[in-house]
Ligand binder design. Sequence first.
Ligand code: B8M
Length: 141
Amino acid sequence: TAEVMSHVTAHFGKALEECREESGLPVEVMDEFKHFWREDFEVVHRELGCAIICMSNKFELLQDDTRIHHVKMHDYIKSFPNGQVLSEKMVQLIHNCEKQYDDIADDCDRVVKVAACFKKDAKKEGIAPEVAMIEAVIEKY
Ligand code: B8M
């Protein structure tokens, strides 16, 4: 659900600070990760892909091939309130997007494409949070 996704985003987003430098993502492009879900935020910058890889690595959510580690991703999402209702759907959506962009060799370029695909599909499925929902839980993390 969007409620659960707001918790996941609030927690995951905290790692952006740690990844700002090495990913080279300018503050002008994205100052806080919650804006990922804004209607008018375009998920297109290669550096955002680099940042998502770096952030995911902080929580060991990726395999060596930079695709999601299904078991670890499940466990991560399940660690949030009501996480079990979202984990399967979320892994499914991300994996489906990974398959569509499997031919892009550059990891940052591929991951930003996967992330944009995931955002679009999550909205379609009604599990994309409003930024205000993220703001309401961000202080918990
Ligand atoms: C990775 C869990 C983060 C959840 C926070 C919300 C949105 C972030 C989107 C990133 C999509 C994950 C892309 C990783 C794909 C690796 O092939």
